[in-house]
Design a protein around this ligand. Structure first.
Ligand SMILES: *Cc1c(COP(=O)(O)O)cnc(C)c1O
Length: 416
C-alpha cells in the first residue's frame, strides 16, 4: 500500500521534476486536464508581449520577413516533427485539426481515386471524436461521388471493416474518452495490406506518447497543439504527410499561402512543392508564436522519460482510486495494459458530472465526457506523484462526504 511519502520519494527521483517550474499554474490547483487544454509555459507571456509589442507594434509589416512570421508554420512543423517520428519538411503547424482532417482526407481520397477508383468507403470508429466523423460526413456530402462512412464498433471489427471497398481509414491514435491507444504499426500495416490509406488523428497522442509515424507506416496525420503540447487555447493544429505522398496531389483548400510563389500574384494556382501546399491563408501569428513556447519545453524532455512517468503516474492513480475510493461506484474504462493506453485515465461514475464539478470546486481540475465519464489527464511535464496522491485524497473526500450532491454541481455549463 502506497503512502504520500512514497510519492514524495518518487518525485525526488524524477528526471522530469525540474520542468514543472517552467509552467505557471495557479496555487491550490491540481491540473488534470492537460489533455484538453495544456498549461501555460512561463515563457508564453513574454513571447506574446514581444510579438505584440516589438514585432507587430514597432516593426509592423516588416516582421513578415524580419521576425520569421512567414516561415513560422514550417519552422514550428520541423520542431514538432521530432516529437512524432517525422522529418524536417514533412509537417506544418496551421489551421485547426478539423480543417486539417478535411485537407488530408481529400488528399487521401484523391490518391485512391487515381489508383483504386472503385473503393468508396471511409472507415472510422463510432466512438471517434465527433469532429472526425462530422468532417468525414461533410466531405461525403460535398463530393457527391457515392462515398460512404463505415464505423467500427462492438458489431464490426477493424479487420471486417477493411474490405475491398475501403479507401481510407481515419482513426484517433488515443481515444478521447477511454484513453485506449491503437497499435499504429499493426493497424497501418493491416490497412495497407487491405489496400486502404490511413490517417491518424494524434490530438491525444502528440506530446503524450512516443510516436514513430514514418517507421510505423502512416500515410497522413493531424493533431492539436493546445493539448499535450501546451500551445495555448485554440492554438493552430498540425498536419503531416508521408514523403511518399508528398507532391503527388494538392489539397482542395488551395489558398494563396499554398502557392509556389504567393507574391507573384498569379491568376493561376500553382501549388508549392512540399508540405507548404497544405497551408491555406494568412496565419494567426500571435497564436502561432506561442506554440513555439510549448514545443521548446516538450523538446527539452526525453519522450521515453515522459512515457515512463505517464504510465507510472497512471498506474499510481488507478491503484489509489481503486483502493482508497473502493466503496464508491467507480469503474475504470481505460485499459490497464501499458501498450494499450495513452496518457489519461477515465472512470465511470453514475453521478460523473456532479462529482467532477465538486472536484473542480476543490481545485482538482479534470473534465467530464458523456456518458458518466470522469476524465483525468496525466501530464508528466507539470505533475508530480504527490499531486496524484493529493488529487485522489480530494476525490475520496468528495465521494465520502457526498459533497457532489448539491444542485449547483448539476447545472451544465456550455463547455464540460
Ligand atoms: C481535441 C480533438 C480535436 C479538436 O479539433 P479542433 O478542430 O481543434 O477543434 C480533434 N480530434 C480529436 C481526436 C480531438 O481529441
Amino acid at each position: 500500500m502506497k503512502t504520500r511519502d512514497d510519492c514524495l520519494a518518487l518525485d525526488a527521483a524524477d528526471a522530469l521534476a525540474g520542468l514543472k517550474d517552467r509552467f505557471e499554474l495557479p496555487p491550490g490547483v491540481i491540473y488534470l486536464d492537460g489533455n484538453s487544454l495544456g498549461a501555460k509555459p512561463r515563457t508564453a507571456a513574454a513571447r506574446a508581449a514581444e510579438v505584440i509589442g516589438r514585432e507587430w507594434g514597432n516593426d509592423l509589416i516588416r516582421s513578415w520577413n524580419t521576425a520569421g512570421w512567414f516561415e513560422a508554420p514550417s519552422r514550428l512543423g520541423d520542431k514538432l516533427a521530432r516529437l512524432i517520428g517525422a522529418d524536417e519538411g514533412e509537417v506544418v503547424v496551421t489551421d485547426t485539426t478539423s480543417l486539417n482532417i478535411f485537407k488530408v482526407l481529400a488528399a487521401a481520397l484523391r490518391i485512391q481515386q487515381r489508383d483504386q477508383p472503385s473503393r468508396k468507403v471511409i472507415v472510422s470508429e463510432r466512438d471517434n471524436f465527433p469532429t472526425d466523423l462530422y468532417m468525414i460526413q461533410g466531405m461525403i456530402d460535398f463530393l457527391e461521388q457515392g462515398y460512404e462512412l463505415r464505423l467500427i464498433d462492438a458489431d464490426l471489427s477493424l479487420e471486417d471493416a477493411l474490405d475491398a471497398d475501403a479507401a481510407v481509414l481515419l482513426l484517433s491514435h488515443v481515444n478521447y474518452r477511454s484513453g485506449a491507444m491503437h497499435d499504429m504499426a499493426r493497424v497501418s500495416g493491416l490497412a495497407h495490406e487491405r489496400g486502404a490509406l490511413v490517417i491518424w488523428d494524434l490530438a491525444h497522442a502528440a506530446g503524450a506518447v512516443p510516436l514513430a509515424l514514418t517507421a510505423d507506416g502512416a500515410d497522413f496525420a493531424v493533431g492539436c497543439t493546445y493539448k499535450y503540447l501546451n500551445g495555448g487555447p485554440g492554438s493552430p493544429a498540425f498536419l503531416w504527410v508521408a514523403p511518399r505522398h508528398m507532391d503527388h496531389f494538392w489539397q482542395p483548400l488551395s489558398g494563396w499561402w499554398g502557392h509556389s510563389n504567393p507574391f507573384e500574384m498569379s491568376d493561376r494556382y500553382d501549388p508549392a512543392l512540399g508540405i507548404r501546399r497544405f497551408l491555406c491563408g494568412t496565419q494567426p501569428i500571435i497564436s502561432l508564436s506561442l506554440v513555439e513556447c510549448g514545443l521548446d519545453l516538450a523538446l527539452e524532455a526525453d519522450m521515453q522519460d515522459v512515457r515512463a512517468k505517464s504510465l507510472a503516474m497512471a498506474d499510481l492513480f488507478i491503484e489509489l482510486v481503486e483502493t482508497r475510493c473502493a466503496d464508491h461506484p467507480l469503474t475504470l474504462v481505460t485499459p490497464r495494459e501499458h501498450a494499450g493506453r495513452g496518457s489519461h485515465v477515465s472512470f465511470l461514475h453514475p453521478e460523473g458530472y456532479a462529482v467532477m464539478q465538486a472536484l473542480i470546486a476543490r481545485g482538482v481540475i479534470g473534465d467530464y465526457r458523456e456518458p458518466e465519464l470522469l476524465r483525468f489527464g496525466l501530464t508528466p511535464l507539470y505533475l508530480s506523484y504527490a499531486d496524484v496522491w493529493d488529487a485522489v485524497e480530494i476525490l475520496r473526500d468528495v465521494l465520502d462526504s457526498r459533497a457532489w450532491d448539491k444542485p449547483e454541481f448539476r447545472t451544465r455549463a456550455a463547455v464540460t
